[in-house]
Ligand binder design. Structure first.
Ligand SMILES: [Fe+2]
Length: 134
């Protein structure tokens, strides 16, 4: 999945982190298709889990500091993504068949990220920039 200029939030640190997330999801999808490489996938998911938590914490801290009114809803969405990642980790470690296929889960995460950036993150970015907190 490739980064596009239209995904920019306007805050360099956040945009760089989003680009890294896209790159990792792309790597994960590559490892999942064809003959899935579970070892490689697990490594990427473990990295993504920590990286995403740090990234979300950074955004949440900016929202708290700027008294962003959409903070609670935004934080709730972050929790949802972390939950989906946990399903993926679970499915990789012991496939239960309860969850959709790995490629579907990764596709969902990628779509989720794009929608989240275009909606909530860009709103947050505009607010931070308007309030001189970028
Ligand atoms: Fe966000």
């Amino acid at each position: 999945m490739l980064w596009q200029d239209s995904f920019a939030v306007g805050i360099a640190e956040i945009d760089e982190q989003h680009q890294e997330l896209f790159a990792q999801l792309e790597k994960l999808m590559d490892a999942a298709i064809g003959d899935p490489d579970h070892v490689a996938m697990e490594e990427i998911v473990i990295f993504l889990d920590q990286y995403t938590k740090d990234h979300f914490s950074g955004e949440e801290q900016r929202m708290v500091e700027s008294q962003y009114p959409g903070y609670q809803d935004h934080k709730e969405m972050h929790r949802e993504f972390i939950q989906e990642l946990a399903y993926l980790k679970e499915e990789l470690q012991s496939p239960s068949g309860k969850h959709p296929s790995l490629t579907n889960l990764i596709g969902f995460l990628s779509e989720w990220l794009i929608q989240h950036i275009l909606d909530m993150d860009q709103q947050m970015g505009n607010y931070l920039i308007r309030h001189g907190m970028a």
